[in-house]
Design a protein around this ligand. Structure first.
Ligand code: CU
Length: 154
């Protein structure tokens, strides 16, 4: 089978699984970007009903999306990309509240207030089953408070 057809089938299947509500995402938003800015942080809250991990994030508006964690190293705050982000059953994980955050890297166009950013969050459960969760993040004006003002060096 052509792999693109296969990918389409997986996507359809995954949407129905997402509706089953094992993984829920709320309060997804991003701040509008300044001219020349090619990376943006997205905040969201994710809860999985079972132990799982976020194994991938993608968005059509960016070349890549990474989950970063802030780490203290040699007295400096640095960001480290995480391969997986664990989700404990029933416990909400907040991305964007200072510690872990989601970064869109290589924005294809600026994010403007009022737009929405589509994201696909891929979650894998302990039994290796995967669920793709479609998320729409609202873009808020630049002046919206956001605790993500550190420098990015990608
Ligand atoms: Cu970052």
């Amino acid at each position: 089978m052509n792999k693109y057809v296969w990918a389409g089938l997986v996507a359809c299947l995954s949407v129905s699984q997402a509706l089953a509500g094992e993984v829920t995402v709320g309060e997804a938003w991003a701040r509008a970007t300044a001219p020349g800015q090619d990376a943006a942080a997205v905040s969201m809250r994710i809860t999985s009903q079972r132990d799982a991990s976020i194994v991938a994030v993608s968005s059509p508006v960016a070349n890549s999306a990474e989950i970063h964690s802030m780490v203290h190293e040699d007295g400096m705050m640095k960001m480290r990309a995480l391969d997986v982000l664990p989700l404990k059953a029933g416990r909400e994980v907040a991305l964007g509240d200072g510690g872990n955050h989601l970064m869109l890297i290589g924005l294809k166009k600026p994010l403007a207030a009022g737009d929405s950013v589509e994201l696909t969050v891929t979650v894998q459960f302990a039994d290796k089953r995967k669920e793709k969760v479609e998320v729409k993040a609202e873009v808020r004006p630049l002046t919206a408070t956001h605790d993500h003002m550190h420098m990015h060096h990608h």
